[in-house]
Design a protein around this ligand. Structure first.
Ligand SMILES: CSC[C@H]1O[C@H](OP(=O)(O)O)[C@H](O)[C@@H]1O
Length: 337
């Protein structure tokens, strides 16, 4: 498993995903503001991993706190707000913040050291739970794939988006262990290139056969009958199954429907937001325009050009054949009562 994050001597160490695949560089974050910044600029990214990173960050904030006991709650509230403001779409972030708040409030009469230790334990428990959840998702998901499966995916829903095994890539890893993967098609995933930079790197580390394509090639690959399934991750799933995921996912789902290729979402239950009934209520992050205008620091267009840069889109539940979770394979009507 790839360690995208770990705790070491009162610091959180993260793998700087903006440097991959060329450089494997770890950053030691001694205080929580550095972790919030890392989430904002995608040094750490991926819905489940963002949540666990925020959990470690809240534990770090209290462990490093040197103020008065009476000011601790205000300090914690501020740290919580800082993480909540980093990225709006992945609901795992808010699920993790809520879970850590429960620990903090339950220990309201304890001293700072005890609260810090309890928060760290909770963050580490979330880390281990996520690994086990990923393996469960992988084991359920691989049952959906035929022998010699050719699977297309977008972005990175692998070890680098989770605590070490992956959701969509977890299904691919588990299917590979059963000898069922013939070929993975990885969409490069403009503009941040999580597919080209991260998914390709992960799969080649595990000797899983992968071919890189540009996002615009997906239709051609489907038309050539080179595909048995599309499997993607998720950042937020509404009760009716509408799913927010990396920009470009919705287009893949429409193409898969046209070519009668099953389209699956792989995600932990912490990605399901039962407080919203449909995808219209999912906040879509719009990111810095230079992510589109520049590549590796160089402008690839006219620098002054206007840009639209939504980082996610929403796939309607009608285009999703099943959602693979750690509790099993969920089919329509998905999570509606
Ligand atoms: C396992 S969920 C990963 C999910 O998060 C990615 O977005 P980002 O790289 O911007 O954090 C993408 O939507 C993936 O499917």
């Amino acid at each position: 498993m790839i360690d995208a994050i770990y705790w070491e001597n009162e610091a959180v160490v993260i793998l700087d995903q903006n440097k991959l695949p060329g450089r494997v560089e770890y950053i030691r974050c001694e205080e929580h503001h550095a972790l919030a910044h890392a989430i904002r600029i995608l040094q750490v990214r991926g819905a489940p991993l963002i949540g666990v990173t925020a959990a470690y960050g809240l534990a770090l904030a209290v462990i490093k706190y040197r103020g008065s006991r009476s000011d601790l709650k205000a300090y914690y509230d501020e740290a919580e707000q800082l993480f909540a403001s980093t990225r709006p779409t992945a609901v795992n972030l808010f699920w993790a913040i809520t879970r850590m708040r429960g620990v903090f409030d339950r220990l309201a009469d304890q001293d700072v050291e005890q609260i810090g230790a309890a928060l760290l334990n909770e963050a580490q428990a979330m880390f281990v739970e996520d690994q086990n959840i990923n393996i469960s998702i992988g084991n359920y998901g691989q049952t959906l794939l035929p022998k010699n499966a050719r699977v297309l995916t977008i972005c990175n829903a692998g070890a680098l988006a989770t605590c070490g095994y992956g959701t969509a890539l977890g299904v691919i890893r588990s299917a590979q262990q059963q000898g069922k993967i013939s070929q993975v098609w990885a969409c490069e995933t403009r503009p941040v290139l999580q597919g080209a930079r991260l998914t390709v790197w992960e799969l080649m580390q595990d000797n899983i056969p992968v071919k890189l394509i540009t996002d615009s090639m997906a239709a051609y690959v489907m038309g050539q009958k080179e595909l048995d399934a599309v499997i993607v991750g998720a950042d937020r799933i509404a009760a009716n199954g509408d799913t927010a995921n990396k920009i470009g996912t919705y287009g893949l789902a429409v193409l898969a429907a046209y070519h009668q290729i099953p389209f699956y979402v792989a995600a932990p239950m912490s990605t399901v937001d039962l407080s919203i009934s449909s995808g219209e209520q999912i906040p879509i992050e719009e990111r810095n325009h230079d992510e589109v205008r520049r590549m590796r620091g160089e402008y690839i267009t006219v620098p002054e050009v206007e840009v639209f840069n939504p980082a996610f889109d929403v796939t309607p539940q009608a285009l999703i054949k099943a959602i693979i979770t750690e509790k099993g394979i969920v089919t329509p009507p998905f999570f509606t009562k």
